[in-house]
Every structure is written in C-alpha cells, then in structure tokens.
Design a protein. Structure first.
Length: 957
RNA sequence: GGACGGAUGGUGUAACGGUAGCACCGCGGGCUUAUACCCCGUCGCGCCAGAUCGGCGCCGUGCGCGGGUUCGAAUCCCGCUCCGUCCUCCA
C-alpha cells in the first residue's frame, strides 16, 4: 500500500487534471438539445394530439395537396360495438401508414373513416337487456335503443382511433345508420330490383318455435339433449327400373334402412342419401334384404337385433336414382348421392328431409326436390300432414315412432344423448326449418362472369388474394339478403293481405328510399303502408288491394357493400372518388366486404369499386391462437398504449410482415421499445450537434463536403430511396428494418462514432465541422420525414426541436425528391473497400484493449503491410488523410516495413494479403481532443494542448 | 372435407438454385466528449489452448416432417403434420 502522502498527491493531481479538462471542455462544441432522451410517450403523445387538433392537421394536410393527384383509401367500417381491439388497431394503423405515406409522396390522400352500425351484435345486446320485456317493446323502440348504443360506441372508438394517431376526417365520418346512408342502401336495392336481380326463395335456418323467430348462429347454444334413435326401413318400389338394372333381382324384399334422431321429420322425408364413393352391402336379415354401408353392417345388425348375411355389394354411386316408398304415406323417396354421408354413425343411408336440415336442403336443391316444410311458425304440423296436423313436432315424435312400429317399418328404437342446438333466450331445443327469404341472383345478366373479370383487373396485395376471392366467387350461391331482425334497413316489400303473395316493387322501394332520405329507415315501421304504395297498386296474383309490410330487414353486409356508393359516390365535399384506389382489410374480408362490395358495385355500377385491395393477417396470441374474447386471450391496445405509447404499437405493426397472421406476445414489445430508443437517440444526437447550425447561413455546398461526409450522404441517400420505395410498395416491414438498420449500423455505429472528434473539437464554424453539420441537417430532416408515417408522434415531437427554418408540422412536408437524394455510386464502391479495411483495423484494436494496453481507440495508432491492389488503395486513401478519422485512432503510420516490437499484428482473412499492425500511439494525450500527439507544447499560447486544438481555439479563447 | 395462406436462432425479418445475413434481446468487455447514452466482442452445447491466428468433441444444419429434381436447394417439385382464415344470419 502506498504511503498516505503519496495517495493525497495523486488525488490532487487527478483533480488538477479534472480542472484542466473542465477548462478545455468549454471550448468544445458538445451536443446540446432539449429533446429528451427518454420518450415518455404516454405523457407526450396526448400533447402532440392536442396540437394537431388545434392546428386542424388533417384539414391542413388536405389544403397542402389541393389539386394534386388523389389517392383515396376507402375505410371499411368497423362494427360499432365494444372497444377497439388489437386487430382493429392493426387495420387502422396500416391504413394510417398508407394515408400518411401517400400524402408525403405528394398525393392528396383524403381519409373518411366510417362505422358499421346495424346488425346482430348490437341488437343482441339490446334484446338481452330487455329480457322478458322484449315482446312488449315496439320495434321502433328497440331500434332507438340500438341506435343509441351504436352512437355511444362510435364515439368511444373514435377517441381510441384518434389516440392511436390515425389521421382523418373524424369530424364527419360516415355511419351506416345515417339517413343519407340508409337511403343509399335502398337506392342500391332499387337498382337491383329494377334490373331483376331480386327474387324470393327458400332457405333453411335455425328456428325457435317458442320464440317464433329465426336465430343467428350467435344465438344458438349447443347443449346435451336426449333424442329418439330410430331405424326405419324404406322398401324399394316393386319394379323400379334403376334397381332392376343393378342385377340384384334375386334378392328378396329389398329395403334401404335409415337412422334418425328426429322421428318427426319422417313425414317430410323425400329422399335417402348415400355416399357415391363408399361400398354398400346387401344384407339379408329376416324376411328382407337391406342396403347398408359396409363398414356399418355389424353395428346395424346389432342395433336391430338380427343376424344377417351379405349377399352382394355395390358402390353408392350405382344406387343413385333408385325409388323407394315412403313408410307412412303413398309417396316416393328417391336415392340420391351426398358427400356428407359419414361412416361412423347410422346406416350409411341418410334420411333426407330438404325442409328440415342444412345438408338436406342443399341436396334437395341439387336434385330439384320440393323443399317441403309442413311446419308453421309455432312448430306445429300444417294441415298438409295427415293425422298430425296441428301437433307440436316434438310431441309428435312418439306417435310417429309408434305408427312406424305398427306398420312394421320400425326396426329398432332407442334414446340417444347428443349435442343439439338450443335457443339462447328460452333454452328450448331448436328446429331447422326452410323459410322464405329475399335473394340476390349471382348469375343474372352474367354477373358472376363480370365479377371474375373485374377481379382480374384489380391489383391484389399480396397477389394470392386474387385466387382466394376468385375461388369464392366461382362457387358462391345466391346472396340471401333478408334477416328476421329489427336493427337494420327494412326490405320495403309488401304482402297481399288476401293471397299472401310477396311483392318487391320498384315504385314502393323508391318511395321508401325518399322517405328514408328525409327521416331515416324508421319510416317503414312508423308510417302507414298506404304512403308507400302508388295509386291503384294491386296484387299481381289476385288483384287484392290490401297489403301488409314485410318485416325482414337487409343483411348488414348489404349495408357495407353500399359504402362505395353512399360514401365514395355521394360524398358531399367531392373529396372522394369512385372507384377508389384501395380497400384495406383483414384477409377474412375476401368473403366479406371485398366480395359484397364488388357484387353490389358490379351489379349496379358495372365495375369494381376499388383499384387495389390490400389484405393483412389476423392477430394471434403467443400460442398462435386467434385472439378472441371468448378465448380470453386478448390484449387490449390500450394496455400497450398506457405502458409504452401508441408509437411503440405502431412501430410493432410496422415491423412485422402483415400479409401473414401476426403472433402478438408481450416479449415482442421489449426489443421493439429498444429499437425505438435507438432511433430516438440517433435523432437526438443529430439535434444535439446542430444546435449552432443554420442551414441558410452555414450549409456547405455538396462539392465542398469532406469525402467522409460525401460518402455518408450518398450512402444515406441510397437507403432513404430504398425506404421510400418500400413505402410505395406498402412494405412497411421493409421500411422499418431498413430504417432501424440505417440508424443503428450506418449512422450510430459508424458515421456518428467517427464524426464525434470533428464535431466536438474542430473549429466551431470551420469548414470541417460545417461540412459534417450540413450532412447531419439533411439526414435529420430526411429521417424525420421518412419515419413520420410510422412514428407520427415522435417525429412531430423531434421536428419541433430541429433548428432553422421548417414547416409547422413534419406531417405537412413531403418525402425528398429523387434529385434531393443524389447517390454517387463510384464513391460508394470505393468506400466499401475503405470500410472493409476499417473492420480489419478494429479487430487488433480490440486485442490491444484486451491486453489493457489501450482503453479508447484514440490511444492507438496503426499501420499496414500488404501486397496487390489493396496496398496501393490504402496508400492512396491515406494520402487523402482519411484513415485516422475513419478508424478513430491517433494518427496513422502508413506502410510498415519493420513493425515495432510492441505492435500487435493481425493478418486479415477478409482482405487478402493485408496485415494490420496496431500499437499504442506515441506522444502525450491532448486534454482537449484526447488524441495522442508528439507535438504537444509546440504552441506558445497553449502549452498543454495539441497544435490542431490550439488552432481550433485560436480565434476563440 | 374444400379454397387460400403460414411454419428460418429467445424475438422480428432477409438471402438471382451456389458461404444462413441483419437488427433487437441475453452474456462479456470498453468508453464517460450521445452521461439509464455510445462503441466492440459473443450469441447451439461442452471442452482445450493461449503473445496473436486458434483447435477439438457432441448435437443442430434450415427449426414442422418425409421424399424428389440438381454437381449443388431455405430457395423448384410431390406427399404429409401443425396453425390460421373462409366455406355458417358475427361483422
């Protein structure tokens, strides 16, 4: 241990050193800025929002591009129910990236957001709240409450979208429940009616006999239910030609055997379905022969308690067209083919009642069978059904089974527990029932082909979107437009009071439309039917003059399909265009909004309403499961915003490939916030070093820039171009990655690091420092603009600190033009080699550090030995005085023939024939610039600093 | 079941059919003139060596699996697995 006195002496020397340092520190141009390193986005973002609101940013942006080429992104309306979730946030943020970046690319990019207001989820909420009172509540009152509910969430969501930084016309969004919009819906319907697209047809739906209403899938609860289980035989009609052709004439008493859990549907049986590709066996049991699916023969024989003998077998396909006799009535039941026949339950011969089952209905359609639905609203058999007319269908199960047994048609009977649909409200079991609905034809006037050719003309991003929607359109059935609901736009059809004939008349629709334009769609419910009927209106079928109003409303998809008309076409300010430039929604909208909009537009306007369609994936949780409220795995955007800020969420959405589904996990946010900090500090560093720079006065012309600066500028411009190109292609993840890499690698790790010495120690207003500042100023202003669409809050905040003249908001500026981003390719090529050499120098410097011979690189110097091209190159670059700056060393020894004994040698692998020698730099450390110099003290005025520093402060101190 | 996607290190994202790269995280070191910042190294696991360059073992080796085409495939082809969307009156 050193004696005490010695220690004190050391201390005092250290302090002296410190004083000296402090003295010269004042002569340095260290970075200075008030732009905080710590973002505090949670606090600052609302302040930025307030400023935008005050300056009316959106309106200013529009004004700034008045008369410029438009880019119209048409907003797909989110549903006005509940709070914004991550998926909606992703959608709106991507839209905002586009609106802002198209604006900055020079387009006039209006954005009118909207909401989908009608529909089930809201009605569901309201009717649930009404409970028992629902039946006594007039429909207009239910609709009023729905409207109120929608209104509430429109304002909730509007606030949330604004908080995300989404810029747009929030003062006049469109609502599908506005009078104007509702009238536009009827306007579209009117066009379709006139053109002959609309017809009335049948469709099977879930029906609650107790509530006497149709149910949506969301209102259906699946729960255990004990059903009957019966096996019933259907005799093949004697002398049936198809059967005869099978060559099975010697089999006695051929029957098809079916199994069902709903005996009450037997009266409506019209067919028996078999699988075309499966094998069926003809099994003799007792007096009869039964057609059974081979795989199920043992099970069935066991169920009916009879031994059997296989006599023959046939493919299901061969059985098509065989005619059987109905076991209860003198009627046929024909054998048909269906893919949905399964091999795990029943007999492989499926009882088919087209009026009472989904699959049955489709099969019935396909085979042209009657959609026979002899059951009324209350679930009672109609007069059409002998012996059971008026009976509740569930009550009829036993008597029907009994009748079948009595006639010998019943082979076995039991009970079965299985999952069965129930009514969400009254909890009673549901029936499936075909009902009359309004449809839009898809094959009318060649519409389907026109849809397909329109699809070809649209740009789909990503490209496979085209195949997806194409295949959907290719096979989609007619569009069922009616819904047995309250909350929507009514279908202004009328029913003849006398004969029940339904009529959808253009004149009536037109009257309804006009009244709706003035007072909203409620008019259909409030006004007398007579006000909608033209003079002398009579039933086309029976001539009756008394009518009842249709109570069904339009599918809400029809509402949103009309937005291209209601919003784009009827825009009162003429900001928007038809068609628009882009629709942007999640991939599920290929079936949804993209498709319905296309159908309505093509049918009523003859073309697609969009030029391009961009789709994104859905948000998944960490286990790659879809985020949904029912799974309880949702992360609310607010959570992210409250903790990190909207810019972080936006950055995250920018960083991922949105074309695929996006897995969203908490641990994604940490690294993201880190990238953000990197970018923020890069910006802060530039701000700090421009505190005394005014481009107007101090900028250096490009040709006079130092070579390093010219290289950095060129390199920067090249990447800036790449980023702008990525914006043009809507590849925000490419923007993000290029941007972060540019900040971290090109700027922070190289240019800024190397530049420090010059910025801090060179003469404040000397050409060397001004040269660097000129480039920094260009970089800063460009960088902020490039990042503005993705980080609008931070970019704006930083913009406020940029010294010198600037626009009021970064969001009122444009991306730099190509000319402003000049690239000197030969310089870049040359510097690629410079940087390669630099990397080779850095390696042995690290070795010196490890040996504790140096701390900072400035404590070292280096030389080289080389042969070939590289040798001349390094010499040549050295003559321009570039090496010490680029490697941050004190001086440069040049070519070394005999390395000093204390030098560290590094033979390069990357650059052939190159060896680098590094060693501690000679001389003393200049307390001002920290470089080592042998000439310290040569200057009389400043005996303790190096000549360069003495020069730098000559006119100052 | 059908249509359409997705599957690269802890995370995100790249690579004309020819060395698996970049950023972030983590870990180690340096700087204190970007002062909770910045720089460098490392980053499948383990071991050895040492002025420096490094060496060895094991597993991975394209991280969904298995085949094929090719001198050579992450990249092209085929089959399968898992996940997602749609086919459903949720929007």
């Amino acid at each position: 241990m050193a004696p005490l006195g010695r220690k004190m002496e050391l201390l005092s020397m250290a302090e002296q050193e410190k004083d000296k340092k402090a003295l010269y520190k004042d002569t340095l141009a260290l970075p200075r800025t008030d732009f905080p390193m710590k973002a505090s986005l949670v606090r600052t973002e609302p302040q930025v929002l307030a400023r935008w609101n005050e300056m009316r940013l959106y309106q200013r942006m529009r004004k700034a591009r008045e008369g410029k080429k438009k880019f119209v992104l048409h907003d797909g309306p989110p549903y006005a129910n509940g709070h914004v979730h991550l998926g909606t946030a992703l959608n709106k943020i991507l839209k905002d990236f586009i609106v802002r970046s198209r604006f900055m690319a020079g387009f006039d990019a209006p954005y009118v957001p909207g909401w989908d207001c009608h529909g089930m989820p809201i009605e569901h909420q309201i009717t649930k709240a009404l409970g028992e009172g629902l039946a006594a509540t007039p429909s207009v009152e239910i609709r009023r409450q729905c409207r109120e509910y929608a209104d509430k969430f429109v304002s909730v969501q509007r606030g949330e979208f604004i908080r995300l930084g989404v810029v747009g016309d929030w003062e006049r969004p469109y609502l599908t429940m506005s009078h104007q919009y509702e009238a536009a819906i009827l306007g579209a319907l009117l066009d379709l009616v006139k053109a002959g697209y609309i017809y009335k047809g049948l469709r099977p739906i879930h029906w609650c006999a107790t509530c006497r209403t149709a149910l949506a899938e969301a209102e259906v609860e699946y729960g255990d239910h004990e059903s009957h289980s019966i096996y019933v035989k259907f005799p093949v009609r004697p002398g049936d030609k198809r059967w005869g052709a099978l060559g099975l004439g010697d089999l006695r008493n051929p029957h098809f055997m079916i199994w069902t859990t709903t005996p009450w549907t037997i009266p409506a049986n019209l067919a028996i379905a078999v699988h075309p590709d499966l094998e069926y066996q003809l099994v003799e049991a007792g007096e009869n022969t039964y057609v059974l699916l081979s795989d199920l023969v043992p099970d069935v024989l066991k169920a009916i308690g009879m031994p059997g003998e296989v006599k023959a077998s046939r493919k299901g396909r061969e059985l098509e067209g065989v005619v059987c006799r109905h076991p209860m009535y003198d009627r046929d039941s024909v054998v048909i083919l269906a893919e949905y026949v399964t091999v795990d339950t029943g007999t492989g011969c499926v009882h088919t009642a087209p009026g009472f089952g989904a699959d049955d209905f489709e099969s019935g359609r396909k085979y042209g069978l009657d959609i026979y639905t002899p059951v009324d609203e209350a679930g009672r058999f109609t007069a059409d059904v002998p012996r059971y007319a008026g009976a509740n269908v569930f009550d009829a199960n036993d008597p029907i089974a009994e009748e079948l047994r009595a006639s010998g048609a019943l082979l076995a009977r039991g009970r079965i527990m299985h999952s069965y649909p129930h009514c969400w409200r009254c909890k009673n079991p549901l029936i499936f029932r075909a009902t009359e609905q309004w449809f839009q034809r898809i094959d009318h006037e060649g519409l389907r082909e026109r849809l397909l050719s329109e699809i070809d003309g649209v740009k789909w991003i990503p490209p496979w979107g085209k195949d997806r929607i194409r295949n959907m359109v290719l096979t989609r059935p007619d569009w069922c437009l009616s819904r047995q609901r309250y909350w929507g736009v009514p279908i202004p059809a009328v029913y003849c009071a006398k004969c029940g004939e339904a009529t959808l008349d253009a004149r009536v629709v037109e009257r309804a439309m006009k009244a709706t334009a003035a007072r909203g769609a409620d008019v259909w419910f409030t006004d007398a039917i007579g006000t909608f009927l033209p003079d002398g209106f009579a039933c086309a079928k029976c001539g009756g003059a008394e009518f009842k109003k249709e109570e069904d409303i339009l599918d809400v998809w029809f509402d949103s399909s009309v937005s291209q008309r209601a919003v784009l076409e009827e825009d009162p300010k003429k900001d928007l265009t038809w068609p628009c430039d882009m629709y942007l929604e999640a991939t599920d909208q290929h079936r949804g909004w993209f498709q319905v909009s296309l159908i309505t537009a093509a049918a009523t306007r003859g073309a697609a309403p969009y030029r391009a369609v961009l789709t994104h994936g859905l948000i998944l949780d960490e286990k790659a499961k879809k985020m949904s409220k029912s799974l309880g795995n949702v992360i609310a955007p607010e959570k992210v915003i409250e903790t990190y800020g909207a810019d972080i969420l936006r950055l995250l959405f920018a960083s991922v490939d949105y074309t695929a589904d996006i897995r969203f996990t908490k641990d994604m946010i940490g690294p993201l916030a880190e990238s953000y900090r990197k970018v923020r500090n890069t910006i802060r560093y530039m701000l700090g070093n421009l505190h005394d720079f005014d481009a107007g006065k101090d900028a250096v012309p490009v040709e006079s820039l130092l070579e390093l600066d010219r290289f950095a500028l060129s390199n920067f411009n090249m990447k800036a171009r790449r980023i702008i190109k990525a914006y043009d292609a809507y590849e925000f993840f490419a923007v993000y990655h290029s941007f972060v890499e540019l900040c971290a690698v090109d700027l922070s790790a190289f240019y800024f690091d190397v530049l420090k010495d010059r910025l801090y120690t060179a003469r404040r207003n000397g050409p060397a420092r001004r040269s660097a500042q000129t480039v920094l100023d260009h970089m800063l202003r460009t960088l902020l603009r490039l990042v503005a669409p993705i980080l609008p809050f931070s970019a704006e905040e930083a913009w406020g600190y940029v010294p010198g003249a600037r626009e009021e908001s970064v969001h009122l500026t444009a991306f730099p033009s190509a000319e402003a981003l000049a690239v000197d390719q030969s310089l870049l090529d040359e510097w690629r080699r410079v940087l390669a050499v630099r990397d080779e120098v850095l390696k042995p410097l690290e070795g010196l550090r490890k040996e504790k011979k140096i701390g900072q690189s400035l404590e070292a110097t280096w030389g080289f030995a080389a042969d070939g091209d590289i040798s001349g190159f390094i010499d040549e670059v050295g003559r321009r005085g570039i090496w010490p700056e680029v490697t941050v060393t004190s001086g440069w020894m040049g070519r070394v023939s005999e390395p000093a004994p204390d030098a560290l040698r590094h033979r390069s692998e990357a650059v052939e024939g190159l060896t680098i020698f590094v060693k501690r730099a000679p001389g003393a450390k200049c307390p001002r610039c920290w470089k080592y110099d042998e000439k310290i003290g040569n200057n009389a005025a400043h005996t303790d600093i190096c000549p360069t520093c003495a020069e730098a402060i000559a006119d100052k101190a």
